[in-house]
Design a protein around this ligand. Structure first.
Ligand code: PMV
Length: 350
């Protein structure tokens, strides 16, 4: 087996290629806890990002009989031992679409952000992969189906398919919400809160002490479980309201409280754990100080990790970014913003 991917050799040997690109997303109301079959315990809403993305290339060759196992490369180098989620998603899709088993697949993925930056690559990679596989099966025009399978790869990945914002999780009496795939929300969002910047402050680069999978599982018997579910619903509805009204103060207040509540769940689970670092708290304090002293709308949120996402209306970007550089240097920062969602770069059809 080649240690390095050889694209030309594959193409010369009758393989064809599909390529998809998909961004990561940042949740405002957090998905935390899941039921069997990757069904979320509570609804969530996110912004789909732009620069932080995964590109997946899938070389495929149709055979007359079931193909050997797929081969997975990461940034062009063989990486089968890191291929767990990728191979699992291929298998899940192949059990619904048996014809996929007759395709030999050679996959190569790369992220636009640093490997150890703590930015969730599972959302971007699983949505990009789902899009490629659906394209091979000639079903990629059905974005709900792409989102459905992205979810089975990694829950939050289902939201990356849509932009500028996506909602995932069934809410009673709200049409167009589902536990099985995400839906786009944009129609009524005020422009100010649709065009948003996200500066990711890299507080700590490296592996998380507790994976999201284990964190979700701890919600099953969490003593705050019912309150968390209730509160997430309440925050979801209030956030939709704030987004529609362009109410920046309520938007920011909900975002910050959701981030802290997510980490409070971790700190009060059994066993308890902590993913924030001392520097996470220092950055949070700075964000609040900058907001107060410079009259800008900077608000923080956190994923399941120590890095801080600072959100602000893009109309304030030219003032906010210099302030962040001034107050947070020498910490590394990635300046991203709301982007366009999953995109096919090379489809089977062209
Ligand atoms: O998609 P997962 O299983 O990696 O879970 C992600 C959960 C959070 O990032 C903490 C919140 C969210 O809604 O994205």
């Amino acid at each position: 087996m080649n240690q390095e991917i050889k694209p030309q050799e594959l193409l010369n040997n009758g393989y064809e290629l599909v390529v998809a690109e998909s961004p990561s997303n940042i949740a405002l109301v957090k998905y935390w806890g899941k039921l069997k079959g990757q069904i979320p315990m509570n609804p969530s809403i996110s912004y789909t990002l732009d620069k932080c993305k995964t590109t997946f290339e899938v070389y495929y060759k149709k055979l007359a009989t079931p193909a050997e196992s797929p081969i997975f490369y990461f940034e062009g180098l063989i990486a089968n031992k890191f291929a767990g989620k990728t191979l699992k998603l291929i298998d899940t899709i192949a059990s619904d679409f048996k014809e996929l088993r007759n395709y030999h697949l050679v996959l190569n993925s790369r992220n636009s952000f640093p490997h150890s930056s703590g930015i969730a690559s599972s959302a971007s990679s699983m949505s990009a992969l789902a899009f490629c596989l659906m394209d091979i099966l000639e079903k990629s025009s059905d974005t709900n189906l792409v989102s459905y399978y992205a979810r089975l790869g990694s829950g939050s990945a289902c939201r990356s398919v849509f932009s500028p914002m996506a909602s995932w999780g069934k809410i009673k009496n709200i049409e167009n919400t589902s536990d099985k795939y995400a839906t786009k929300i944009s129609d009524k969002i005020s422009t100010e809160l649709r065009l948003v910047g996200d500066t990711i402050v890299l507080v700590h680069e490296g592996e998380k002490a507790v994976s999201s999978t284990d964190g979700h599982a701890l919600m099953n018997s969490h003593h705050f479980r019912e309150n968390r579910i209730k509160n997430a619903h309440k925050n979801y509805l209030s956030l939709i309201n704030a987004l529609e009204l362009g109410d920046i103060d309520s938007w920011g207040q909900i975002i910050e409280s959701e981030a802290l509540e997510l980490h409070a769940m971790m700190m009060t689970s059994d066993p308890a754990y902590l993913l924030m670092k001392p520097m996470t708290l220092e950055v949070i304090e700075k964000v609040r100080q900058i907001r107060k002293e410079h009259s800008v709308n900077t608000f923080f949120t956190l994923d399941a990790g120590p890095n801080v996402h600072i959100l602000y209306p893009l109309s304030e970007k030219d003032v906010v970014i210099p302030l962040l550089k001034k107050f947070l240097s020498p910490l590394k920062m990635i300046h991203d913003q709301v982007g366009k969602g999953t995109k096919l770069i090379k489809s089977k059809k062209c």
